[in-house]
Design a protein around this ligand. Structure first.
Ligand code: 13P
Ligand code: SF4
Length: 362
């Protein structure tokens, strides 16, 4: 049985959309400026004993720099794992706020910096900790499972944190133990997990503003035009889009599928930042971004997270130079949130669900 836990008030949703439209994007840079900044960042990383921990959705040049300097480019599970096992004193998390917070929760002794602390996530913003805590308190019989795209305070109220790499396995495990679940905040991923596991889940009705835009009608048209293409979909996408998929999975899962599949063409319903690693993993294969709106099957205007796009070379160099934009979390919240994240990491290790993270010697 699936039921609604919390509908997102229209005003909150509208405010978040406005925030996404108003993000501070890095200014365009000349090739010379870019190359000078890259050299400078490489020196600063050595000086600060720092390492870059980047998500697949950030700009190609940031992913390349993370790889070249011995950092990692990964999905959110891989980022948490890498940061937790790397000996650097400072982790510079190039992604969005919850990723920096997860790094701090796991590594209180390390300094965690982010190029822009306003880089957020609609799922995180749609799940205010006070409302969530009150709701959980009304249902003490339920196990609380939250997606990693949430604040430290929300994770502190949860029994388990999950990512898209392990959500199905963890909820299945809980369902097999007869547990009933509160799920937050992504309604689409929650629906998908419920369908895969049959678990009894009360769902928060948040959504990702990027994946929500993928359009099933236009995707069907695109499939007709590319009959040999495989459709790869992140489970934050709407149900009608997920139903057209040949593969549904996390960002790492999507990359691995493209690498291993015999197919030569893929239509991809996730942020187009992923194409950098997909091209590396599946060279020569054709990658098409799934349609995001309008009536044309080729419309691909917006498959890019505005908050991920806030990360750039200039703000990255600035935080390494000055030590600004440090993530801090109060110790009580951190300790509680750690319990739910460590449960996930332990479960993932025991089931061998660890995404690949590539390390290159500096
Ligand atoms: P992954 O865990 O698959 O990297 O997803 C994180 C995310 O924010 C997707 O929008
Ligand atoms: Fe959040 Fe969506 Fe951006 Fe991922 S793509 S960080 S879920 S807003």
């Amino acid at each position: 049985m699936v039921d609604k836990a919390y509908d997102i008030p229209h005003q909150l949703e509208a405010g978040i959309r406005q925030m996404a439209e108003d993000v501070r994007l890095p200014a365009p840079l000349s090739a010379e400026k870019k190359s000078a900044l890259i050299q400078h960042i490489k020196q600063l990383l050595k000086r600060e004993n720092a390492v870059l921990v980047a998500h697949y959705y950030v700009d190609d040049e940031l992913q390349r720099l993370a790889d070249e300097t011995g950092g990692c480019v990964a999905d959110s599970l891989g980022m948490a794992h890498f940061g937790n096992t790397h000996p650097a004193d400072t982790l510079v998390v190039i992604g969005v706020r919850f990723m920096g917070e997860s790094a701090k929760i796991l590594n209180p002794e390390k300094r965690i910096l982010m190029p822009d602390l306003d880089a957020n996530c609609s799922l995180d913003l749609e799940c205010p900790a006070d409302k969530f805590t009150a709701f959980c308190d009304e249902h003490p019989d339920r196990t609380v499972v939250v997606y990693t795209n949430t604040s430290a305070a929300v994770k502190a109220r949860a029994d388990w944190t999950v990512t898209s790499s392990n959500a199905v396995s963890i909820v299945r495990h809980l369902h097999e133990q007869g547990k009933k679940i509160i799920w937050a905040p992504d309604k689409h991923l929650g629906r998908y997990v419920q369908q895969e596991t049959g678990a009894d889940m009360l769902r928060w009705m948040g959504s990702c503003i990027v994946h929500e835009e993928f359009k099933a009608g236009e995707l069907q048209e695109l499939k007709k035009q590319n009959p040999d293409a495989k459709v790869l979909v992140h489970p934050e996408s709407p149900q009608e889009v997920v139903e057209l998929a040949d593969f549904v999975g996390s960002t790492s899962g999507i990359i691995n599928y493209a690498k291993k599949s015999e197919a030569q063409t893929f239509i991809v319903a996730t942020d187009l930042g992923i194409f950098y690693k997909m091209r590396e993993a599946a060279p020569g294969k054709k990658l098409i971004v799934a349609p995001t709106g309008g009536t044309s099957p080729t419309c691909s205007m917006c498959a890019h997270c505005p908050w991920m796009a806030m990360n750039g070379l200039e703000n990255l160099a600035a935080v390494l130079e000055t030590g600004s934009n440090e993530i801090t979390i109060d110790e009580n919240t951190r300790r509680k949130a750690l319990v739910s994240i460590e449960r996930m990491l332990e479960f993932s290790r025991s089931q061998n669900i660890m995404s690949e993270t590539k390390r290159v010697a500096v």
